[in-house]
Design a protein around this ligand. Sequence first.
Ligand SMILES: Nc1nc2c(c(=O)[nH]1)N[C@H]1C(S)=C(S)[C@@H](COP(=O)(O)O)O[C@H]1N2
Ligand SMILES: [Mo]
Length: 230
Amino acid sequence: MEEPEKLDRIVDARMKLKARFEEKIKHTPSVSDNNPQGSGPPNRHGMPTTPVGQILTTKWPILDLGHHPTVTADRWRLAVDGAVEHPVRLTWDEFMKLPQTNDVSDFHCVTTWSKLDMQWKGVRLMDLAALVHPKENATHVLCYGYDTYTTNLSLEEALKPDVLLVHTFEGKPLQKEHGGPVRMITPQLYAWKGAKWIKRIEFLTANKPGFWEERGYSNTAYPWRNDRYS
Ligand SMILES: Nc1nc2c(c(=O)[nH]1)N[C@H]1C(S)=C(S)[C@@H](COP(=O)(O)O)O[C@H]1N2
Ligand SMILES: [Mo]
Protein backbone atom coordinates (compact mmCIF):
# COMPACT_ATOMS: atom_id res chain seq x y z
CA MET A 1 0.00 0.00 0.00
CA GLU A 2 1.16 3.56 -0.72
CA GLU A 3 2.42 5.34 2.38
CA PRO A 4 0.10 8.40 2.06
CA GLU A 5 -2.92 6.12 1.80
CA LYS A 6 -1.79 4.25 4.84
CA LEU A 7 -1.45 7.51 6.76
CA ASP A 8 -4.95 8.60 5.68
CA ARG A 9 -6.29 5.31 6.95
CA ILE A 10 -4.57 5.78 10.33
CA VAL A 11 -5.85 9.36 10.62
CA ASP A 12 -9.40 8.32 9.78
CA ALA A 13 -9.40 5.39 12.21
CA ARG A 14 -7.87 7.61 14.83
CA MET A 15 -10.61 10.24 14.55
CA LYS A 16 -13.23 7.52 14.99
CA LEU A 17 -11.47 6.06 18.04
CA LYS A 18 -11.09 9.54 19.49
CA ALA A 19 -14.82 10.16 19.10
CA ARG A 20 -15.58 6.78 20.65
CA PHE A 21 -13.40 7.32 23.74
CA GLU A 22 -13.37 11.11 24.17
CA GLU A 23 -16.17 11.26 26.76
CA LYS A 24 -14.81 8.30 28.73
CA ILE A 25 -11.33 9.85 28.80
CA LYS A 26 -12.76 13.16 30.06
CA HIS A 27 -14.30 11.31 32.99
CA THR A 28 -11.19 9.40 34.08
CA PRO A 29 -10.03 10.43 37.59
CA SER A 30 -6.63 11.78 36.50
CA VAL A 31 -8.39 14.40 34.35
CA SER A 32 -11.72 14.98 36.08
CA ASP A 33 -11.19 14.43 39.81
CA ASN A 34 -12.38 17.56 41.62
CA ASN A 35 -10.64 16.55 44.81
CA PRO A 36 -7.30 15.11 43.66
CA GLN A 37 -4.77 14.28 46.39
CA GLY A 38 -1.32 15.82 46.06
CA SER A 39 0.62 19.08 46.16
CA GLY A 40 2.07 21.72 43.88
CA PRO A 41 0.80 23.64 40.85
CA PRO A 42 -1.38 21.88 38.28
CA ASN A 43 0.48 19.65 35.83
CA ARG A 44 -0.28 19.21 32.10
CA HIS A 45 -3.54 17.38 32.75
CA GLY A 46 -4.64 19.59 35.65
CA MET A 47 -3.59 17.44 38.62
CA PRO A 48 -1.25 18.60 41.46
CA THR A 49 2.40 18.17 40.37
CA THR A 50 3.28 15.72 43.14
CA PRO A 51 0.67 13.02 43.83
CA VAL A 52 -0.09 12.11 47.45
CA GLY A 53 2.65 10.08 49.15
CA GLN A 54 5.23 10.70 46.39
CA ILE A 55 8.75 12.16 46.76
CA LEU A 56 10.46 13.91 43.84
CA THR A 57 13.74 12.52 42.55
CA THR A 58 16.05 13.70 39.78
CA LYS A 59 17.69 10.29 39.43
CA TRP A 60 15.91 7.59 37.48
CA PRO A 61 15.78 4.41 39.57
CA ILE A 62 15.51 1.01 37.86
CA LEU A 63 12.62 -1.24 38.94
CA ASP A 64 11.71 -4.54 37.38
CA LEU A 65 11.71 -8.29 37.95
CA GLY A 66 15.52 -8.37 37.78
CA HIS A 67 15.98 -9.86 34.33
CA HIS A 68 16.94 -7.38 31.59
CA PRO A 69 16.32 -9.14 28.28
CA THR A 70 18.66 -8.23 25.44
CA VAL A 71 16.49 -7.31 22.47
CA THR A 72 18.32 -5.55 19.67
CA ALA A 73 16.30 -3.36 17.31
CA ASP A 74 16.74 -5.79 14.40
CA ARG A 75 15.29 -8.66 16.47
CA TRP A 76 12.59 -6.66 18.24
CA ARG A 77 9.00 -7.30 17.11
CA LEU A 78 5.76 -5.81 18.37
CA ALA A 79 2.53 -7.79 18.05
CA VAL A 80 -0.71 -5.83 18.33
CA ASP A 81 -3.55 -8.33 18.30
CA GLY A 82 -6.53 -9.81 20.17
CA ALA A 83 -9.94 -8.14 19.71
CA VAL A 84 -8.91 -6.14 16.60
CA GLU A 85 -9.86 -6.22 12.92
CA HIS A 86 -6.30 -6.12 11.53
CA PRO A 87 -3.70 -7.69 13.83
CA VAL A 88 -0.09 -6.73 13.03
CA ARG A 89 3.39 -7.84 13.95
CA LEU A 90 5.70 -4.88 13.37
CA THR A 91 9.42 -4.81 12.76
CA TRP A 92 11.55 -1.95 14.04
CA ASP A 93 11.51 -0.25 10.62
CA GLU A 94 7.72 -0.52 10.35
CA PHE A 95 7.33 0.85 13.89
CA MET A 96 9.65 3.80 13.17
CA LYS A 97 7.61 4.68 10.04
CA LEU A 98 4.44 5.20 12.12
CA PRO A 99 3.62 8.78 13.19
CA GLN A 100 6.17 9.83 15.83
CA THR A 101 5.26 11.94 18.87
CA ASN A 102 7.52 14.06 21.08
CA ASP A 103 6.23 14.68 24.59
CA VAL A 104 7.33 15.79 28.04
CA SER A 105 5.67 14.03 30.97
CA ASP A 106 6.03 12.87 34.55
CA PHE A 107 6.72 9.38 35.90
CA HIS A 108 5.16 8.21 39.18
CA CYS A 109 6.39 4.94 40.67
CA VAL A 110 4.23 3.18 43.24
CA THR A 111 7.33 2.75 45.45
CA THR A 112 6.85 6.54 46.13
CA TRP A 113 9.31 8.26 43.81
CA SER A 114 8.27 10.62 41.03
CA LYS A 115 10.46 12.05 38.28
CA LEU A 116 9.20 15.15 36.47
CA ASP A 117 9.60 16.57 32.96
CA MET A 118 10.90 13.53 31.15
CA GLN A 119 11.45 14.08 27.41
CA TRP A 120 10.24 11.24 25.25
CA LYS A 121 9.85 10.31 21.63
CA GLY A 122 7.77 7.40 20.44
CA VAL A 123 4.51 6.17 18.99
CA ARG A 124 1.14 6.83 20.62
CA LEU A 125 -0.76 3.73 21.63
CA MET A 126 -3.71 5.55 20.03
CA ASP A 127 -1.89 5.47 16.67
CA LEU A 128 -1.20 1.74 17.02
CA ALA A 129 -4.88 1.20 17.87
CA ALA A 130 -5.83 3.17 14.75
CA LEU A 131 -3.66 0.82 12.72
CA VAL A 132 -5.32 -2.39 14.00
CA HIS A 133 -8.93 -1.17 14.50
CA PRO A 134 -10.09 -2.44 17.91
CA LYS A 135 -13.40 -4.31 17.72
CA GLU A 136 -16.50 -2.56 19.11
CA ASN A 137 -16.47 -4.76 22.20
CA ALA A 138 -12.80 -4.18 23.10
CA THR A 139 -12.49 -2.65 26.59
CA HIS A 140 -8.93 -3.25 27.84
CA VAL A 141 -5.39 -4.08 26.78
CA LEU A 142 -2.89 -6.46 28.30
CA CYS A 143 0.72 -5.47 27.57
CA TYR A 144 3.55 -8.03 27.56
CA GLY A 145 7.30 -7.53 28.04
CA TYR A 146 10.12 -9.74 26.74
CA ASP A 147 10.92 -10.59 30.40
CA THR A 148 7.43 -12.25 30.79
CA TYR A 149 6.00 -9.20 32.62
CA THR A 150 2.38 -8.28 31.93
CA THR A 151 0.16 -5.35 32.92
CA ASN A 152 -3.43 -4.36 32.10
CA LEU A 153 -5.11 -1.03 31.31
CA SER A 154 -8.60 0.11 30.37
CA LEU A 155 -8.88 1.57 26.87
CA GLU A 156 -9.90 4.99 28.22
CA GLU A 157 -6.50 5.12 29.95
CA ALA A 158 -4.49 3.42 27.20
CA LEU A 159 -5.80 5.75 24.47
CA LYS A 160 -4.82 9.01 26.21
CA PRO A 161 -2.54 11.13 24.02
CA ASP A 162 0.41 10.91 26.46
CA VAL A 163 0.49 7.08 26.51
CA LEU A 164 3.46 6.33 24.27
CA LEU A 165 5.64 3.43 23.22
CA VAL A 166 8.95 5.23 23.58
CA HIS A 167 12.31 4.47 21.97
CA THR A 168 14.08 7.76 22.76
CA PHE A 169 14.68 9.52 26.09
CA GLU A 170 16.25 13.00 26.16
CA GLY A 171 17.37 12.59 22.57
CA LYS A 172 19.15 9.26 23.09
CA PRO A 173 18.07 5.66 22.51
CA LEU A 174 16.22 4.37 25.57
CA GLN A 175 18.71 2.39 27.70
CA LYS A 176 18.19 -1.34 28.07
CA GLU A 177 17.86 -1.00 31.89
CA HIS A 178 14.82 1.22 31.35
CA GLY A 179 13.18 -1.06 28.81
CA GLY A 180 14.99 -0.30 25.54
CA PRO A 181 14.64 -0.64 22.65
CA VAL A 182 10.94 0.18 23.32
CA ARG A 183 8.79 0.51 26.44
CA MET A 184 5.41 1.95 27.23
CA ILE A 185 4.80 4.97 29.49
CA THR A 186 1.58 5.90 31.33
CA PRO A 187 2.09 9.41 32.79
CA GLN A 188 -1.41 9.57 34.34
CA LEU A 189 -1.11 6.19 36.11
CA TYR A 190 1.56 4.60 38.31
CA ALA A 191 4.50 3.56 36.18
CA TRP A 192 4.08 -0.20 36.60
CA LYS A 193 1.32 0.11 33.95
CA GLY A 194 4.06 0.78 31.36
CA ALA A 195 5.73 -2.43 30.19
CA LYS A 196 9.49 -2.26 29.56
CA TRP A 197 10.89 -4.29 26.61
CA ILE A 198 7.37 -4.34 25.22
CA LYS A 199 6.59 -7.13 22.75
CA ARG A 200 2.83 -7.50 22.60
CA ILE A 201 -0.34 -5.47 23.11
CA GLU A 202 -3.39 -7.69 23.31
CA PHE A 203 -6.82 -6.03 23.02
CA LEU A 204 -9.35 -7.68 25.34
CA THR A 205 -13.13 -7.75 25.65
CA ALA A 206 -12.88 -8.15 29.44
CA ASN A 207 -10.35 -7.03 32.02
CA LYS A 208 -7.54 -9.46 32.85
CA PRO A 209 -5.01 -8.74 35.62
CA GLY A 210 -1.29 -8.60 34.85
CA PHE A 211 1.74 -9.61 36.95
CA TRP A 212 1.40 -7.07 39.79
CA GLU A 213 -2.38 -6.85 39.55
CA GLU A 214 -2.54 -10.59 40.32
CA ARG A 215 -0.39 -9.91 43.38
CA GLY A 216 -2.63 -7.31 45.01
CA TYR A 217 -1.78 -4.14 43.10
CA SER A 218 -4.59 -1.97 41.79
CA ASN A 219 -6.22 -2.57 38.44
CA THR A 220 -6.71 1.18 38.03
CA ALA A 221 -3.54 2.70 39.63
CA TYR A 222 -4.56 6.39 39.98
CA PRO A 223 -1.70 8.34 41.61
CA TRP A 224 -3.94 11.23 42.77
CA ARG A 225 -6.20 8.81 44.66
CA ASN A 226 -3.36 6.91 46.34
CA ASP A 227 -4.79 3.93 44.45
CA ARG A 228 -1.86 1.53 44.95
CA TYR A 229 -3.40 -1.75 46.10
CA SER A 230 -6.68 -3.51 45.53
N1 LIG B 1 8.74 -5.61 31.33
C1 LIG B 1 8.66 -5.01 32.53
N2 LIG B 1 8.12 -3.80 32.59
C2 LIG B 1 8.03 -3.15 33.78
C3 LIG B 1 8.46 -3.78 34.98
C4 LIG B 1 9.01 -5.08 34.87
O1 LIG B 1 9.40 -5.71 35.85
N3 LIG B 1 9.10 -5.65 33.63
N4 LIG B 1 8.34 -3.09 36.17
C5 LIG B 1 7.37 -1.99 36.23
C6 LIG B 1 7.53 -1.16 37.40
S1 LIG B 1 6.99 -1.82 38.86
C7 LIG B 1 7.98 0.13 37.32
S2 LIG B 1 7.95 1.17 38.66
C8 LIG B 1 8.55 0.68 36.07
C9 LIG B 1 9.96 1.13 36.34
O2 LIG B 1 10.61 1.63 35.20
P1 LIG B 1 12.13 2.04 35.29
O3 LIG B 1 12.92 0.83 35.73
O4 LIG B 1 12.53 2.51 33.96
O5 LIG B 1 12.21 3.13 36.32
O6 LIG B 1 8.55 -0.27 35.03
C10 LIG B 1 7.41 -1.11 34.98
N5 LIG B 1 7.48 -1.91 33.79
MO1 LIG C 1 6.94 -0.04 40.46
